[in-house]
Design a protein around this ligand. Structure first.
Ligand code: TYM
Length: 350
């Protein structure tokens, strides 16, 4: 059976972006592949969370995975930090990763800007590099942030995965993972690691938009609708979505905030509902209030059963601990096997 790996950082609750970008793919793949789904708690250290926050968030994401239907009987579900072979492989990959290629990744530049407290709008990419080396800037960028893509590559190739269900925002990290796998093989003249491909359950990569005008839905974007949100919260968030005065010409191109509302509708509503509002838009008869009400209703319809299960599972600490323990054993066994091979290839005792 082909091997699949994917993970989510424990930075709070799962939102619709996580669900439709990643978890929905997990649910399909667990029936057909040998799946490893984990909680990327080492990756979350780039933002220096308090230990209590890590403990809580990890349990929350675990409960939310299970509530969504990720099944421990079918997939291996584990915490990244329980698999100690991963950082050893990360070390080997870092020995062959270039500082330049890591510094050029867009997510590094974005996050470095935040860590250095430099303005997003009025700075160029060159300014980020200059500031990194500026001894007078009292903030610094951590080496962990720079090597985020090598840790992600290690997560994936430690199980020799060939497919990785992720959202569109992970494309560049996936490109790096393939590059590091290839580089290991060519450095040592072996075919140890397959090149992992991104997996999308639909024909193209998914980007769940935010409803605040532009860009994607994300926790750090402050525009997330969470699976745990109740009906009132969902309604409030959706009714706040940015709109405009409406189209004045039939069949107008939708501006981004409006296109985002429709994208969201395409994701959570039925095709009939989508077509109905799309036609209204094209006839210049759209009433955004109605569209938003329908969208809020459909989001709630989708989230409600998951929300109930989250509340049940989250309170069963023994069950969560058991799932994590069994997952840790299975994931560690698979990782240890790869690492023995890697150590021998490099010239260490296997
Ligand atoms: P993270 O925690 O930011 O997001 C987890 C998953 O959710 C997807 N996602 C989205 N998809 C579509 N639209 C959105 N608005 C949206 N927001 C989030 C992400 O694409 C991702 O699939 N680096 C990873 C975690 C990671 C990982 C790995 C993933 C660490 N090691 C190995 C796969 C394999 C991350 O930060 O995801």
């Amino acid at each position: 059976m082909e091997i699949v790996v994917s993970g989510i950082r424990p930075t709070g609750n799962l939102h619709l972006g996580n669900y439709f970008g990643a978890v929905k793919g997990f649910l399909q793949m667990q029936n057909e592949y040998n799946c490893f789904f984990f909680i990327a708690d080492w990756h979350s250290l780039t933002t220096h969370p308090h230990p209590d926050n890590i403990r809580n968030s990890v349990k929350t994401i675990l409960a939310e995975y299970l509530a969504c239907g990720v099944d421990p009987e079918k997939a291996t579900i584990y915490l990244q930090s329980d698999v100690r072979e991963i950082p050893e492989l990360y070390l080997y990959l870092n020995m062959n990763a270039g500082i330049g290629e890591l510094m050029r990744t867009t997510s590094f530049k974005d996050k470095a800007r935040q860590q250095l407290h430099i303005d997003r709008v009025n700075t160029t990419e060159g300014d980020v590099e200059k500031e990194i080396f500026n001894e007078n800037n009292k903030h610094s960028v951590s080496a962990g942030l720079l090597t985020y893509p090598t840790l992600m590559a290690a997560d994936i190739i430690i199980h020799k995965a060939v497919k990785v269900p992720v959202g569109k925002d992970q494309e560049q990290n996936m490109e790096m993972a393939r590059r590091f796998a290839r580089r290991f093989n060519s450095t040592y003249g072996v075919e140890c690691f397959p090149e992992p491909a991104s997996f999308y359950y639909s024909s193209k990569a998914i980007k769940v938009p935010g409803l605040d005008g532009s860009g994607k839905m994300g926790k750090s974007e402050g525009n997330a609708i969470y699976l745990i949100d109740d009906e009132k919260t969902i309604k409030k968030k959706v009714m706040k979505a940015v709109t405009d005065a409406g189209p004045t010409q039939p069949n107008s191109v939708k501006p981004e905030p409006i296109a985002n509302l429709f994208t969201m509708m395409e994701i959570v509503s039925t095709k009939d509902t989508f077509d109905f509002f799309n036609e209204k838009y094209n006839n210049c008869e759209i009433r955004y209030g109605d569209l938003k009400k329908q969208l809020a209703e459909d989001i709630n319809k989708f989230c409600a059963p998951i929300r109930e299960r989250i509340l049940d599972i989250r309170s069963d600490e023994d069950y969560l601990a058991k799932v994590a323990r069994i997952g840790a054993e299975k994931a560690s066994e698979s990782a240890a096997k790869t690492l023995r091979e890697v150590r021998e290839i490099i010239g260490f005792r296997g």
